[in-house]
Ligand binder design. Sequence first.
Ligand code: AMP
Length: 598
Amino acid sequence: MAVDSPPLSQLGPPACERDAKALHFIEETTSHADSVQDRVLTEILTRNSQTEYLTRFKLNGATDRETFKSKLPIITYEDLQPEIHRIANGDRSAILSALPISEFLTSSGTSAGERKLMPTIKEELDRRRLLYSLLMPVMNLYVPGLERGKGLYFLFVKSETRTPGGLLARPVLTSYYKSDHFKTRPYDPYNVYTSPNEAILCPDSFQSMYAQMLCGLLQRQQVLRVGAVFASGLLRAIRFLQLNWPQLTQDIETGALNPKLTDPSLREYMDKILKPNPELAECVRHECSKDNWEGIIARIWQNTKYLDVIVTGAMAQYIPTLDYYSGGLPLACTMYASSECYFGLNLNPMCKPSQVSYTIMPNMAYFEFLPHEPDSFGFPRDSPPKLVDLVDVQVGKEYELVITTYAGLYRYRVGDILRVTGFHNSAPQFHFVRRKNVLLSIDSDKTDEAELQKAVENASRLLREFNISVVEYTSYADTRTIPGHYVIYWELLGKDSANSPTDEVLKQCCLAMEESLNSVYRQGRVADNSIGPLEIRVVKTGTFEELMDYAISRGASINQYKVPRCVNFTPIMELLDSRVVSSHFSPASPHWTPERRR
Ligand code: AMP
């Protein structure tokens, strides 16, 4: 039932009293975005005034924006590495933050091939929980009745390690799911999941997924929304169902749990809820045994109103596949967040993916925006860039996000490029344009041009004994299969045509490339199974010249032409694929352990 108070402005009538509070908070915070930003910066600088970092830049206790901006440099992760290393090695002094660093969050962004380590403090969990608590009140404005059912969400924890100094290092969602904020969350009828904590927290990814899928099937009539964090994760769940439905339906039919599920707490939970249900088993079997899986989500979970997954940014490549398996259910992108900081939410979550804009919540951190000029790399040291405050960004312009956080990142470049689409009250709304320097991405991996180049160089060493070199290459993220995989097109030059590399050698080249790629990629290959084996497609001699001719015929300048190191334009793909002479897949998994290599 809609309630009337407290009065609200633009968002609409809340579904319940608690929603009213959340929507009121959004209205208040976005209406006073600039003063909230002032308060946030003052709080961060006051509390951290004695830290080594702020002392080094002689802030002398100043908390005003002007002094802050004139004294503190804009930095990247690489600039902060000495401090991060000291903290990781056990230095507990107040280097970045006055409050103790509670753990490191391992970002999917990498540095020197390893995940970046983001320091965090305990109270950040409260800020994350606050942002999560705003999502359903907004969703309830658009989709009524969600309290009458459940959400089938595929949520996972990943492996964690300790730094030499003993701090935990793990992904932000693993940290959140393992926190009391999540584990002992109070009952909320608008936020009931089919997956129990025992399944979400199970460290074995097969057992976790199996149990979550089984719970989702058992409660299929109650499921009103289906989701995962990213689109790639939901598709992985569909693939899992494709591979495991015979066993899943057998479990449902007999009421006896697959013996491969050995985790004691998981078994105990599942044994309680699993009862023989031949009717349900037959119904799931009937759908899954069909050759055509189009609309399978809507066929099995017939009451689903929308899919809750991020399909903006790199995940947009999965929209057609999701549409196929869901039968065109609406896609809701609800929030925009990172290991460094949670940024904001989508106030119109049922809009089309192409229209998604995230409203940055001014209470989460202090935000600045570096005007982004496409094709300009960095900026000269003698002319510091003029950063713009949150409320001063201009509609239509693109910016790189720069944050100052409670956990001790000061004027830190996140690497995301955003375009302003409008304002909600005085808080700007942003379309996520892209992450800087990312060439290839299948899941949370982000491979840049330099990494790809190095991987090609390392792999091509294996061709030396055949007197063969790689003269040109480009790449493509093939997401038509689940999981997706990297495709690298190679044009080879051989001095001795009789001595060409065998399939076995080229397979080893695939593996050598994988070994050279960053740890997030290798984890996706080895532990998460979210990325398929890398493929090399050898193309005919002269193919890259044809590619250049094609680009020039479409207006590229012959002097400035550079081989694109990643392609996704259909005519170019067709040209490349029509010139393929052989294709080779990585024969084994690359090396990966949770421990860092350096
Ligand atoms: P991580 O470093 O693993 O914490 O990943 C954070 C990054 O994921 C962000 O900086 C973005 O590049 C990307 N990301 C997070 N949320 C979204 C979203 N809603 N849409 C597009 N990209 C996102």
